[in-house]
Design a protein around this ligand. Sequence first.
Ligand code: NI
Length: 286
Amino acid sequence: MNKKRNGGWLRRSAYIGARIVKSLFFWGMAAVLASSAYMDFIKLSDSANTSAVMEDAGGGNSEKASEVIENTGGNSEKASAVMEDAGTSDSGGITAGQEDRTQKKVALTFDDGPHSVYTKKLLDGLAERNVHASFFVIGKNIPGNEELIARMQQEGHLIGNHTYDHVKICDLSGAEACEQVEKTSALVREITGKDTEFVRPPFGAWNKSMECSFTMIPVLWDVDPLDWTTKNKALIEQRVLEDVDSGDIILLHDYYESSVEAALELVDKLKAEGYEFVTVDELILE
Ligand code: NI
């Protein structure tokens, strides 16, 4: 269980930089739009409300946005939530934005596959429910299961990297660790035409200093029901349901029948609670 045991800090610190760059780009665009809105306004009217329009159109909010980034410092999740608020209030897409803010989202992630029987069963169940998940695959499990990898991509799931041999990255040399990641990525690329961008380090141990780590985005988790320790699917479901919140990444394994059955029942139960299922990139990069 141990909520946020590993997920929070590494994920946040890894993406704060990317988010700030994204935010700066967003607010730069907002400023461009604001100035063009301002010019239109000048053409159309006399000026009485110009400063109000400028504020609404983004002038005021660029300031607000940079303030928010400074104030929230390391807490990028909070910063991005506030940024969203600031954005939707004057973006024009108000209705969609408001719905988005109240929509509960969660990401199901599955490690250690593909498994010829259970991954197939899971893909069938997810397709029936029109739900997308994220699969962190082990390279050595891919040969013989290529069609499952192809299905993952065709059916809208995210394919991530869980090393080739399921090894503890930080016990290896940098070159060996990168080889573990790259071998798996190459196998996925042969099938899908795309490299893996996201990595779930086995045992949650990632080494940020190795060369290939700059191109990989590590994904940890928020909810860990320890599904691999029990065959009791009701217990797995209970552990997840007791712990889950909007924005969480749930860790499961598509290598066990009980985990797959629990996952599909969890989809039905969480849908009934109003959750939408997204792939991890949506939660991490927004
Ligand atoms: Ni694993």
